[in-house]
Write a protein that binds this ligand. Structure first.
Ligand code: PMP
Length: 413
């Protein structure tokens, strides 16, 4: 049945079948040892090899520079909403010991609010006492009507002044719920004012598009992603962080108004211990490592994934564009429509979204073996997620179902 099912879920989502079969074997009997991988000590030489291989392959895939640590953490993307702010505020307090005494609100933390996940990250930073500011909130743009679906040009962003020494600029490269992704090649780093770009740590949430196109890690302070879309099972969150930012223990900043951070959220703690400060999520790391190896050795690495992502999403957006208004993208600005999460409404003859037609469309998908295409409850409509593990052939099945649906609706009129 697995061979016939096309899983377009937004996450957790499809993973490559050969990887899952290998992982299934490995948790029963790893390498003929008579013990499953998750039954071994996390400090065993065997697990250490698995962890090191996963890290090495990820470093190759993303060309991670040596002065960046790669941390395998838990707590999901959501925990990083807290951890990014806390660690960078701590680093800021160590680097600028008099700052908080002179500016009691603390350094600004800038957020580019392009969708629901950045909005959540920013609320969490506020809740933790950070001086969080939206450089834009896409829901408040003219014509937005309270919905995400566009990204204004950098010239219109309300960035904090570089002289205010912001602790970070945070963005989400692909907003999973809303289907908004920075246009390729990615976040417009080069368009930031020079003084700002050179001094403000840049943080990227790449949970739902990592490994689908190259990213300039060296231009970031932190790149993080939960595994459960393009990478592996839920349970591991990868944090790539510039070592110089976490060189000092954050407790040093407490005397200067910096936050006190729970131990498991302290990047330095994980970096100093090679991600083995406490028991890591062994299965998720193992399976993610298999995905890294497969992408690197069998699937052309990140550039291979990028060309497949362009081709797959392009084919679906083409049907949408030629559907005479039957399918309408929920993202208004065409160049920020996601390659990963394609969100659209199915509309009636009057051009308005029709839930009846959406129900019929979901049913046609099911008949063709396509599962998990209902949109997020906050957006409605349809969301087809074309993560790395979704093949071009599977995407063509979706394209055919969409084309047939256009015909069916035309005949109904
Ligand atoms: N960021 C993005 C872009 C997401 O899609 C998600 C949800 N998967 C999160 C953060 C939160 O992740 P988690 O559920 O792992 O906490």
């Amino acid at each position: 049945r697995r061979e016939r099912t096309i899983n377009l879920g937004a996450g957790p989502s499809s993973l490559p079948t050969p990887v899952l079969l290998e992982a299934a074997q490995g948790i029963v009997d790893f390498g003929g040892s008579g013990m499953g991988l998750t039954e071994l000590s996390h400090r065993s030489a065997t697990f250490q090899r698995v962890l090191s291989a996963a890290e090495a392959d990820l470093r190759s895939l993303l060309a991670v520079p040596d002065d960046y640590a790669v941390l395998f953490m838990q707590g999901g993307g959501t925990e990083q909403f807290s951890a990014t702010a806390l660690n960078l505020l701590a680093a800021h307090a160590v680097a600028h010991p008099d700052y908080v005494a002179q500016h009691p609100a603390g350094p600004p933390c800038d957020y580019a609010v392009s969708g629901s996940w950045t909005a959540k990250a920013m609320s969490e930073a506020k809740r933790l006492g950070a001086n969080a500011r939206a450089v834009f909130d896409a829901r408040k743009l003219p014509g937005a009507d309270g919905r995400f679906g566009a990204i204004p040009p950098v010239a219109e962003w309300q960035l904090s002044a570089a002289e205010e020494k912001p602790a970070m600029l945070y963005y989400c490269d692909n907003e999973t719920v809303d289907g908004v992704e920075y246009a390729s090649p990615g976040f417009p780093i080069a368009e930031l004012p020079q003084a700002y770009r050179e001094s403000v740590p840049l943080v990227a949430d790449c949970s739902s598009n990592i490994l689908s196109r190259p990213i300039d890690v060296a231009a970031h302070a932190i790149v993080f992603f939960g595994a459960q879309k393009n990478v592996g099972p839920a349970g591991v969150t990868v944090v790539i962080v510039r070592r110089s930012l976490i060189a000092e223990h954050p407790d040093k900043g407490v005397a200067h108004g910096g936050p006190r951070i729970p131990t498991t959220l302290v990047y330095k703690q994980h970096a100093d211990n090679g991600s083995l400060y406490n028991t890591p999520p062994m299965f998720a790391i193992y399976a993610s490592g298999l995905v890294f190896a497969d992408l690197l050795r069998n699937r052309g690495g990140v550039t291979g994934a990028a060309s497949r992502a362009d081709m797959k999403s392009g084919a679906v957006y083409d049907v949408i564009a030629s559907s005479n208004g039957l399918f309408q993208p929920t993202v208004r600005q065409a160049d920020v429509r996601s390659r990963m999460n394609i969100c659209f409404r199915v509309c009636g003859a009057d051009g308005a979204p029709s839930e009846a037609r959406e129900t019929a469309f979901v049913a046609r998908c099911k008949e063709a073996g396509i599962e998990q295409v209902k949109g997020h409850r906050s957006v409605g409509g349809i969301r087809t997620s074309l993560y790395n593990a979704v093949t071009p052939e599977q995407t063509l099945v979706l394209v055919d179902v969409m084309k047939a649906f256009v015909k069916e609706m035309q005949e109904q009129k």
